[in-house]
Design a protein around this ligand. Structure first.
Ligand code: BGC
Length: 356
């Protein structure tokens, strides 16, 4: 009995020692977080979640937003390096534009974690925390397939595509996932793209701009839908686009409830969710940024303590220099049918926020 108690005491002291050691390791260490923009809700939440979780471990955090200005993000990273950051967490604006500044981080032995967006063309990245990006596209495509009963042969429906920023590696994967599901229905004539613009080079919208999406929708409506043809599906790959698309549709005389197209989205922003409840938008992709932040924080801890973080993908994310070990979180499609259960049930939004 005495022996057992002694062992229990040793185990207990060892874990207290380990916890203290982790806190002591973190104490005073500065982490730089570079986020792209505060113009969309998700990045504000991402920044706040990573910051608070790192601070809870005892790290000092320098959180910067570059408001979609590539050069500003480079400068912010340079400042973080010269002011003594010991690790960098980077959600790039332009995934290809940070090669030099990341090389500078590497020369200074500062490990880098890619956050949500892959950092391309560099060997200066240790780990990547993101969502299953191709999976996001597959979720959106599958939602359209089910909603429009395409498997059952329904159609033809008119569809237009709004894809993400070409300098964001994620955008290519979202698009690939969407077409993996929907291309067969285009080939069979159940989905018809009146503009003929299905190629990523034609549908990609630089810097994920809501205004550019609205402009594109306006141009498509006047160019291809002015002679009585109705748009049935606006396949948007970002909630910000969906707001612009809805505004353009209204401007062209479409009314929610009567021949209003199905509009998809991504991020389950609060406004998008309210729009889903009112019928202005139809679907979005919920990405729990609390979980993503948690995976990223484990990576920061690991690179600073020489341990191994949790990884679930070692094959997908080749950045042209190396395959970056990654953790992929799971995206979830939400619509009017499951929104309350998933988002309120999961503690992401309250009923009051959603206006229930
Ligand atoms: C993110 C999406 C987001 C988009 C626009 C992408 O890199 O993965 O969640 O909607 O950027 O901000």
């Amino acid at each position: 009995m005495k022996k057992l108690l002694t062992i229990a005491l040793i185990v207990c002291m060892a874990s207290i020692f380990a916890a203290n050691a982790e806190a002591a390791d973190a104490q005073g260490k500065k982490i730089g977080i570079a986020m792209p923009t505060q113009s969309s809700q998700r990045w504000i939440q991402d920044g706040a979640n990573v910051k608070s979780q790192l601070e809870a471990l005892g790290y000092a955090v320098d959180l910067q937003y570059a408001e979609d200005d590539v050069q500003a993000q480079v400068s912010q990273l340079e400042n973080m390096i010269t002011s003594g950051a010991q690790c960098l967490v980077v959600a790039a604006i332009d995934s290809n534009a940070l090669v030099n500044v990341l090389a500078q981080a590497k020369r200074n032995n500062i490990p880098v974690i890619a956050y949500d967006r892959l950092l391309m063309d560099t060997d200066a990245v240790s780990y990547y925390a993101t969502f299953d990006n191709r999976g996001v596209g597959i979720e959106i495509g599958t939602w359209v397939e089910e909603k429009m009963k395409l498997k059952e042969g329904a159609g033809p429906f008119n569809i237009e595509f709004f894809a993400g920023s070409p300098d964001d590696n994620n955008a290519h994967l979202f698009n690939a996932g969407v077409f993996e599901v929907l291309q067969p229905y285009i080939d069979k004539g159940q989905l018809v793209c009146q503009s003929g613009q299905t190629d990523f080079t034609q549908t990609a919208i630089l810097r994920w701009s809501q205004e550019a999406a609205q402009q594109r929708m306006e141009n498509l409506l006047s160019g291809y839908y002015s002679s009585g043809k109705n748009l049935d599906i606006a396949l948007s790959m970002f909630d910000g686009f969906s707001y612009g698309i809805a505004a353009a549709l209204e401007g062209a005389g479409y009314k929610v409830g009567t021949k209003w197209p199905v509009i998809t989205g991504q991020d389950a922003e609060l406004m998008a969710c309210k729009n889903i409840l009112s019928g202005r938008q139809s679907q979005s992709i919920y990405k729990d940024t609390r979980v993503l932040a948690q995976k990223c924080v484990l990576m920061v801890n690991a690179v600073l303590t020489g341990s191994k973080p949790e990884i679930n993908d070692t094959t997908t994310y080749n950045n042209n220099v190396l395959v970056v070990p990654s953790y992929l979180c799971t995206p979830v499609s939400v619509d009017g049918g499951n929104l309350e259960e998933i988002l309120v049930g999961g503690g992401y939004y309250t009923k009051e926020e959603l206006g229930f």
